[in-house]
Design a protein around this ligand. Structure first.
Ligand code: SAM
Length: 477
């Protein structure tokens, strides 16, 4: 448990970097501007409620163009505070519920979701963020007083939040010494798939913010850009910096198009093609384009297809910044409707998935996704893979990948494909193709990463990977 405690302390230290509330809070939330910091708390309540009650994704609600209107009405600084609050409130949702239960004599009334949300937002700030305790308490009580549904609970909110302030250290120690848990279905599924020990290691990593990883356009320049970015060059070519608040567009090399942000595990599938120079490559499900950029930078002539015009627009912007647009044509289409004028030497299907491999960055996933979503997505992926196979030239290579931790969306889809499609054979991945991550090659020759992999003793900031799956198939001649 000492290990857990030190990681826990690091989580707290890192989360404390979140900024203090903006005392000059200027926002358009009518009736809340009179009380500095109130609008951002009330928006946090609304958004957390939407995530939990209607399974709306955190990213959709906090999108800087299409996000929730109350989010868009906040200043830039308040948006950052709101995101920091929601991140910890979701990361530690189960633990916060336990704390709350231990503070009240009888359970909250049925349907008291709004009250629970106000309390979670307050506890998240008191326990995990560098926000003055009195602000967190006062603004929670004020929020309750201004909500007709919650007015009668204002004294309860006051009592619970003050108790959290008084017993903060004891509560944090208890959390540090308790095995991490997420939403019940998700935690149970991790144990079922990975066993209790690895599941705990994965959930421990889900408490910690992911580092910031970069892929460099020209691998021969990796050391130069590592020095310029203050990043570490990892054995498999990714540059890694501890997570920080820096705006990536202000980092050296951004304007030169020298690198792009991409988790180390997300960079693995495209590397498995080997030499691509001059080959015809098809990137199905391409946007926002991290893997398209890898294929284009490796010298392939890429066709990047995605059914989302908006996301392809972002892909085009990214490729233009990277100076790779001439190596790539884009197609807005569902892959099921795509009719290319020839076959491809290399086809990548980075399929839509439950994203359970990205919980470090998207702590809402265990609360917004369900086991039913996983089954539906696995069916869709199987159909997509069968379709993708039709675009592969004889002797061509097909790679199937996604960022789910669930083998229903990974290993099972790949195995079923290999059995059904006799024109294709599995090409077992060689450990040397992902040097430094050899243990992530499965006995069948697939790549399987989890956040508990690449765990470096004494370097929690530099540890971990997104959960990813990749399988390589070759079409017979
Ligand atoms: C996991 S994301 C791809 C990430 C991308 N490969 C990258 O590395 O940046 C999945 C993408 O699949 C696209 N998509 C979903 N269904 C599709 C379909 N039937 N045809 C084409 N694209 C689809 C989505 O719009 C989304 O952009």
């Amino acid at each position: 448990m000492n290990d857990q405690k030190s990681k826990r302390d690091e989580v707290r230290a890192r989360n404390r970097k979140a900024r203090r509330p903006n005392q000059s809070d200027t926002n358009n939330n009518r009736g809340e501007a009179d009380k500095p910091g109130l609008a951002v708390r009330r928006t946090a309540h609304r958004l957390l409620g939407a995530i939990i009650e209607t399974n709306t994704s955190f990213d959709a609600l906090t999108d800087d163009t299409h996000g929730h209107p109350h989010y868009l009405s906040l200043s830039r600084r308040d948006r950052a505070l709101l995101r920091a609050i929601l991140m910890v409130a979701l990361r530690f949702r189960t633990e916060l519920s336990d704390v709350l239960d231990s503070f009240i004599d009888k359970p909250l009334p049925a349907g008291a979701t709004a009250l629970q949300t106000v309390l979670h937002v307050a506890l998240a700030q008191i326990l995990f963020l560098d926000v003055p305790d009195h602000s967190a308490v006062d603004l929670a009580v004020e929020s309750a007083n201004r909500d007709p549904r919650l007015k009668r609970f204002a004294s309860l909110v006051n009592a619970v939040t003050r108790r959290a302030v008084r017993s903060k250290q004891k509560v944090l120690d208890k959390i540090a010494n308790t095995a991490p848990r997420s939403s019940p279905w998700f935690s149970e599924r991790l144990i079922e798939v990975y066993g209790a020990e690895k599941a705990t290691a994965i959930e421990m990593m889900h408490r910690v913010e992911a580092p910031l990883d970069f892929t460099v356009k020209h691998p021969q320049d990796a050391e130069k850009w590592a020095a310029a970015l203050g990043a570490e060059l990892l054995p498999f070519g990714t540059l890694r910096r501890p997570h920080g608040d820096s705006d990536v567009s202000s980092l050296p090399g951004f304007d030169d198009g020298a690198w792009w942000v991409q988790d180390a595990a997300a960079a693995l599938p495209a590397k498995l093609f080997g030499t691509l120079d001059g080959k015809r490559a098809l990137d199905l499900c391409a946007a926002p384009g991290g893997k398209t950029a890898q294929l284009a930078a490796a010298g392939a002539n890429v066709t990047a297809l995605d059914m989302s015009a908006n996301r392809l627009k972002r892909l085009n912007e990214n490729l233009t910044r990277l100076g790779l647009q001439d190596n790539c044509e884009t197609v807005v289409s569902s892959l099921f409707d795509f009719q290319p004028d020839g076959l491809f030497d290399a086809v990548l299907l980075d399929a839509p998935c439950s994203s359970t491999g990205t919980v470090r960055r998207h702590p809402d996933v265990p609360w917004t996704k369900t086991p039913q979503d996983i089954s539906k997505l696995a069916d869709l992926q199987a159909r997509m893979l069968a379709k993708a196979a039709q675009f592969v030239a004889p002797e061509g290579v097909l790679i199937f990948s996604n960022c789910s931790l669930d083998p229903l969306e990974g290993e099972d889809v790949a195995r079923a494909f290999a059995q059904a499609e006799t024109m294709f054979e599995i090409v077992p991945v060689e450990g040397s193709a992902i040097a430094g991550l050899e243990t992530c090659v499965t006995p069948e020759g697939f790549v399987r990463t989890t956040p508990a992999d690449f765990n470096r003793e004494g370097n929690a900031d530099g540890s971990g990977l997104d959960g990813f799956f990749a399988a390589v198939f070759k079409r017979r001649g």
